[in-house]
Design a protein around this ligand. Structure first.
Ligand SMILES: NC(=O)c1ccc[n+]([C@@H]2O[C@H](COP(=O)([O-])OP(=O)(O)OC[C@H]3O[C@@H](n4cnc5c(N)ncnc54)[C@H](O)[C@@H]3O)[C@@H](O)[C@H]2O)c1
Length: 202
């Protein structure tokens, strides 16, 4: 009986040691696989001399995609943030394929109305400037759902501005719309051209 017990115990101990070894090996492999991700992430989290890191909000959208392409072509580091309510993830993937090198382009899925998420993005990334294109931008729709438009364009922009102030990011490029000028009687449109105040831009 004692002999059987001790054999069972030693078999059990053997299994525990084998499982512990297996877990250790898995952890080592996982860490090795993760290290490139960490190192490429850290490129976004540190300021680098000669490299300007731009946060492009609404980066999956029409204007954001084109702005990001131009920035990447001109050797900027780009972080796109988008909630994919509009826009197109395919456009993000195209740029990721064109600029696969570490530290060139990253995409973060987030809603700018989520102040906690926005603050985390600013805390984890070293931005030099923000191009703010996240918006809802259909004139017709804006007249049907004005409050959704006001909310996204005003209070969500405020969330971005507050995060910029808190993290000392001082450069903002904000995309307005020439729709504020309606159909001007005289071209080109200048700062003096009168604006109409009817739709989503007010
Ligand atoms: N399309 C034009 O011709 C044009 C011209 C001049 C200015 N603009 C301005 O540029 C801005 C972008 O226009 P667009 O045509 O690229 O629109 P778009 O709908 O193609 O892109 C906007 C992007 O912002 C994202 N987004 C919206 N709300 C968000 C939120 N709360 N959080 C995170 N992401 C959010 C959407 O998912 C979308 O990908 C608007 O302010 C528009 O007025 C557009």
């Amino acid at each position: 009986m004692d002999y059987l017990d001790s054999r069972r115990k030693s078999r059990c101990a053997g299994k525990i040691i084998a499982a512990a070894l297996c877990i250790t090996v898995c952890i080592i492999i996982l860490k090795q696989n993760q290290s490139p991700t960490y190192s490429s992430l850290s490129l976004f989290s540190q300021h680098e001399l000669g490299v300007t890191h731009v946060l492009v909000t609404g980066g999956a959208g029409y204007i954001g995609s084109h702005a990001a392409l131009r920035l990447l072509k001109d050797s900027y580091r780009v972080t796109k943030v988008d909630n994919l309510s509009r826009g197109n993830l395919g456009a993000v993937k195209v740029l990721q394929d064109l600029f696969p090198e570490p530290g060139r382009l990253q995409f973060i899925y987030a809603d700018l109305g989520d102040a906690k998420a926005v603050n985390k993005i600013f805390a984890e990334n070293a931005f030099d400037a923000v191009m703010h294109f996240a918006a809802v931008a259909y004139v017709g729709e804006s007249t049907m759902e004005p409050l959704r438009y006001y909310h996204n364009i005003t209070s969500n922009t405020l969330v971005v501005l507050e995060a910029m102030a808190a993290h000392k990011v001082k450069t903002l490029i904000y995309s307005s719309t020439c729709a504020t000028y309606g159909e001007p009687v005289k071209m080109p449109i200048t700062e003096q051209t009168p604006q109409i105040l009817q739709c989503y831009w007010v």
